[in-house]
Design a protein around this ligand. Structure first.
Ligand code: NIG
Ligand code: FE
Length: 443
C-alpha cells in the first residue's frame, strides 16, 4: 500500500502553515487509514508503513496538516493552508522521515547504575540469584530511598534527553524503586518534572508492585494490602500516575495478588499494564487480556493459550528484546508466532539499571530484527504506532497522520531500513516534538 495525499480538511481555513518539511526521499507515515480504524496493527498490517516518496509534511500549531508527495501537497494546500513568509521550511535533503519513537516501557527514574551486577552475570550468576542475595530491584530501592526528589529529577532529565537524542518523543516511565507511599510519590513527581523539562510526552505508571520491599520481607500479603489500601488510592487521588503495573511472576506477585492489585487500580481509574510471562508462562498475559489491560510486557515465555488470549483482546504485546540481550539469555519472546497468531506486537526498551541499560530504540529495533526476526518495517511499526496503542496515545502519537502531534525524526539516510541494519549507530539527524525542533544536525 502506498499512501497518497493525506490532509486534515478541517485545517484548511486559509491560515498559513507554521512548518513545511520538504525534500523527504522516503516518508514513513505509518498511517494507513483503513487499517488504523481497526485498532493496533496485527499480522500483515504490522509491516504497513504508509510510504510516500519525494514527500513533504505540513504542520500548524504543532499538529500535522498534511503529508504526501511534495508537488501535489503544496498545490493542494495553496488556498487552505499556504506556505508564506511566516512558514519555516526544513529541508530534509533527500533523507527519510519517520514518526518519533514511542517507548512504552521504561524504569527511567533511578539512582545509581548496577554495572557490578552486570559483571557478576557475565561471570555466570543469574539475575534471580543476584536478586536473592540482596541485589536486583531491592539494590535500586535502597539507593533511591536515600536520594531526594531534586536529585532524581536531575538524573532522569539527563536520561530522557539521551532518549530524545535517539529519536524517542513519547515515553512511559514507571515508579517501582520506592515501594513506600512517599518514595513512590517522590519518583513519580521526579518523572513528571523531568519529562516536562526534557520536552517529551510522558505516560506515568505506578509500579509499587515491583517487588516486596525489605521491611515487608516474608509478609507479601501485607504489602499487597498496603499497595491496594494506601499507595494506589493516594497515587490516583493526587494524579501522580496514569496507569498501574504489576510484576506478575509466581515468585514475586502471583496471579491472585496481581489480579487484586489491578482490579483496585481499575476501580481508581488507572489504566493497566502487566510485567507478564517473563520468567515463566503462568497466565500473566491471559490475566492482562481478561482485565482489559493496555499492554502485557516481556512475554518471553508466553505459550499458545497466552498468545490466543492476547490476539482476541485489545491488549498490546510489548516485547523487550534489549533485556534478553543484556541478560545474555538464549530465549527471546516468540515474536513470529505472536504475529502469526494475531497479537498486536510493540517494542519497548525496558530501560532500567538492572536488566536493561539500553535506552536507544534504534538498537531495540536491531535486536528485534536480528534475534526475533521481525522485519524492519514490523519493527518500525512496533516502535511507533503499536507502542502508542500500548500507551493509549494512538490519537496523538505513533504515526504521522493528519491531526496528530508533529513528533517526527529526520534520519541521516534515505531508507528506514538503515535504522535496524546499522546497529549501535545513532541514525537521528533531527528530532521534532509538536513541530518544535529539539535536534537538527546539518545534512
Ligand atoms: O522489567 N522485571 C522487573 N523489572 C525490571 C528489572 C528492574 C531491575 O532489575 O531493576 C524489568 O526487567
Ligand atoms: Fe520492566
Amino acid at each position: 500500500m502506498t499512501s497518497p495525499l493525506h490532509i486534515d480538511h478541517a485545517a484548511l481555513d486559509g491560515r498559513p502553515l507554521d512548518l513545511l518539511v520538504r525534500g523527504i526521499a522516503q516518508l514513513c507515515t505509518v498511517h494507513e487509514p483503513e487499517l488504523d480504524a481497526q485498532g493496533p496493527r496485527r499480522r500483515e498490517g504490522l509491516g504497513a508503513l504508509g510510504l510516500a516518496e519525494d514527500a513533504a509534511m505540513a504542520v500548524r500549531e504543532g499538529r500535522i496538516v498534511a503529508t504526501g508527495r511534495e508537488a501535489e501537497l503544496v498545490k493542494a494546500l495553496a488556498a487552505g493552508a499556504p506556505v508564506t513568509a511566516a512558514t519555516r521550511t526544513v529541508e530534509a535533503c533527500g533523507r527519510a522521515v519517520i514518526p518519533g519513537f514511542v517507548d512504552p516501557h521504561t524504569h527511567a527514574v533511578f539512582g545509581r547504575w548496577r554495572q557490578d551486577e552486570y559483571e557478576r552475570r557475565v561471570r555466570g550468576e543469574t539475575y534471580q540469584a543476584i536478586a536473592a542475595a540482596g541485589g536486583g530491584i531491592n539494590a535500586s530501592v535502597r539507593d533511591l530511598r536515600e536520594r531526594g526528589e531534586d536529585e532524581l529529577y536531575e538524573l532522569a532529565t539527563a536520561r530522557l534527553r539521551e532518549m530524545m537524542a535517539w529519536g524517542t518523543t513519547t515515553v512511559e516511565i514507571k515508579s517501582g524503586y520506592g515501594l513506600s507511599l512517599d518514595d513512590e510519590a517522590k519518583m513519580l513527581r521526579a518523572a513528571r518534572r523531568a519529562a516536562r523539562t526534557a520536552g517529551l510526552d510522558a505516560v506515568l505508571t505506578c509500579l509499587a508492585a515491583h517487588e516486596v520491599p525489605p521491611e515487608y520481607r516474608g509478609r507479601r500479603a501485607e504489602y499487597v494490602r498496603q499497595v491496594i489500601d494506601v499507595i494506589l488510592p493516594r497515587v490516583a487521588a493526587e494524579g501522580l500516575a496514569d496507569r498501574c503495573d504489576v510484576f506478575c511472576e509466581p515468585t514475586v506477585f502471583d496471579l491472585a495478588d496481581s489480579e487484586a492489585i489491578l482490579r483496585r487500580a481499575a476501580e481508581l481509574g488507572l489504566q493497566l499494564t502487566v510485567h507478564a510471562d517473563e520468567l515463566e508462562a503462568f497466565g500473566g498475559a491471559a490475566l492482562a487480556a481478561r482485565l482489559g489491560a493496555a499492554s502485557a510486557d516481556h512475554l518471553i515465555r508466553i505459550d499458545g493459550p497466552g498468545r490466543a488470549a492476547l490476539a482476541a483482546s485489545r491488549t498490546v504485546a510489548v516485547l523487550l528484546p534489549g533485556t534478553v540481550f543484556t541478560l545474555g539469555l538464549r530465549q527471546y519472546a516468540p515474536a513470529r508466532d505472536m504475529v502469526a497468531d494475531g497479537c498486536a506486537v510493540a517494542l519497548a526498551s525496558d530501560f532500567n539499571p538492572g536488566s536493561c541499560p539500553i535506552l536507544a530504540m534504534p538498537l531495540v529495533m536491531s535486536i528485534a530484527c536480528s534475534q526475533m526476526r521481525l522485519s524492519p518495517a514490523e519493527a518500525l511499526v512496533g516502535a511507533t504506532l503499536n507502542a502508542a496503542w500500548a500507551l493509549d496515545r494512538q490519537a496523538v502519537a505513533g504515526s504521522l497522520a493528519p491531526g496528530k502531534r508533529a513528533d517526527f525524526v529526520i534520519l541521516d539516510g534515505a531508507d528506514f531500513r538503515l535504522v535496524p541494519y546499522r546497529a549501535a549507530h545513532n541514525p537521528v539527524a533531527g528530532v521534532f516534538v509538536g513541530g518544535q525542533e529539539i535536534i537538527l544536525n546539518p545534512a
